[in-house]
Ligand binder design. Structure first.
Ligand SMILES: [Zn+2]
Length: 411
């Protein structure tokens, strides 16, 4: 078991004037308390406590100061370095993370202002760090100290997060497992056995159906409720439906990792999100955004759970995964959602399960070297794309949904 640590950066999305003022206040009071405790040369937590207790700060900021100041005073810290842009530190119990995937800005963070008063703010994470947020939100990673600071007129929160991961020895023979995310089956996995024959495919059809139902229920119901102006109900109802969807995704992603775990030196091969967009026929605008949401979320969950179990994850860049024959590599077509038909008369594949065919193509991309691990990707890679698919600029409908939520979080 190894512990991974990462500092997650969350950009607080355009706090309104009121919240901006509160953040400035927190920063100023914190700075004053820090200066006073430093000037008093507090070498112990008790001494620091006696000074900071008088300041109108949250207990989490005070506790962080009690730990921090004795370190400064005990060390060879230069007082001149006690500059104005010191971040406001909070102990880990203070800030809280919330997730509302139905909104354009999905993540929310609670910043303690002072006792009994907190600020909820929408927060934009680094798309590369989405797997960490998923892990934190699911309780599979631990939050450490948090630091609030301003930079170029914007506010950020740095969250130190840790999680335990397994290390497994790698062996010569790898088992690439193609992971296809689709409509009919939420997820399909397949690999080839040592003779190259497609083996043990697994599909999550019922889960796909259930997610579609919940999504439809959400849109029908919220539209109706919004027309009636019942925005509070929209929010709580929406939250409960999306929690159910999230539960399904967690079940499925855990099962995918368990599936991979049974093979020798497994490598989970995910499709690049850019290509998913090219490969799929999208319906309405909102639908497209939700596909983006689902893909990004499934990917993030698979990534962190695989890492947790010492299983590698690679991204493949296949073009036309759903339209290429896994056997002869000719282009075929899909007469319906579930079926792939090969147009090569020489090929033994006439009709094949479309999702399994796609999963095999994805796995084969890894073998043919058309894949890359995340570390080697450039700025235009899948994660970036995933972030964009669910970005705030996506639609008017999103902006409206977000208004509703911002309303409920306004303090
Ligand atoms: Zn074929």
């Amino acid at each position: 078991m190894t512990e991974l640590t990462e500092t997650l950066e969350l950009k607080l999305v355009e706090p309104n004037a009121h919240k901006h003022r509160k953040l400035c206040e927190t920063k100023q009071v914190y700075q004053n308390a820090l200066q006073a405790a430093f000037n008093a040369n507090c070498a112990t937590q008790t001494e620091a406590n006696n000074v900071v207790v008088n300041y109108n700060l949250s207990g989490y900021a005070k506790n962080a100061l009690k730990k921090y100041v004795p370190q400064l005073c005990g060390g060879s810290y230069d007082a001149n370095e006690l500059h104005d842009d010191h971040p406001v530190r909070f102990t880990n119990e203070g800030p809280k993370l919330d997730h509302k995937p139905q909104n354009a800005i999905e993540w929310y963070i609670k910043i303690p202002h002072h006792d009994d008063y907190n600020l909820w703010l929408p927060a934009q994470p680094d798309p590369e760090q989405q797997e960490w947020l998923e892990a934190l939100y699911a309780g599979d990673a631990k939050m450490g100290e948090c630091r609030l600071f301003g930079r170029d007129g914007k506010w950020y929160l740095h969250v130190v997060a840790t999680r335990d991961v397994e290390e497994r020895p790698s062996s010569a023979s790898e088992t690439p497992i193609g992971v296809d995310i689709g409509e009919a089956s939420l997820l399909t996995v397949c690999h080839r056995d040592e003779r190259g024959t497609p083996a043990t495919p697994n599909l999550w059809n019922d889960e796909g159906k259930r997610v579609r139902q919940l999504r439809e229920t959400y849109f029908t119901a919220t539209r109706r409720l919004q027309q009636r102006g019942s925005e509070r109900i929209v929010e709580s109802y929406g939250d409960s439906l999306w929690r159910q969807i999230d539960d399904i995704l967690h079940t499925v992603t855990s099962e995918v990792v368990a599936y991979a775990d049974q093979f020798e030196n497994p490598v989970l091969v995910l499709e690049d999100l850019t290509h998913i967009r090219e490969n799929m026929d999208y319906g309405a605008f909102m639908n497209r955004r939700l596909h983006g949401w689902g893909f990004a979320k499934l990917h993030a969950q698979i990534r962190y759970k695989a890492t947790e179990n010492g299983i590698r994850v690679e991204t493949a860049n296949p073009a036309y995964t759903s339209k290429t024959c896994h056997c002869c590599e000719e282009l075929g077509y899909r007469p319906d959602q579930a079926t792939f038909t090969c147009s090569n008369s020489e090929c033994w594949v006439s009709e094949y399960h479309a999702d399994i065919n796609a999963a095999l193509n994805i796995a084969d991309c890894y073998l043919s070297g058309e894949s890359h691990s995340r570390e080697h990707t450039d700025g235009d890679d899948s994660a970036e794309e995933g972030g964009r698919l669910t970005g705030p600029q996506d639609s008017q409908a999103d902006a409206e949904t977000q208004q509703v939520t911002l309303g409920a979080y306004a303090s």
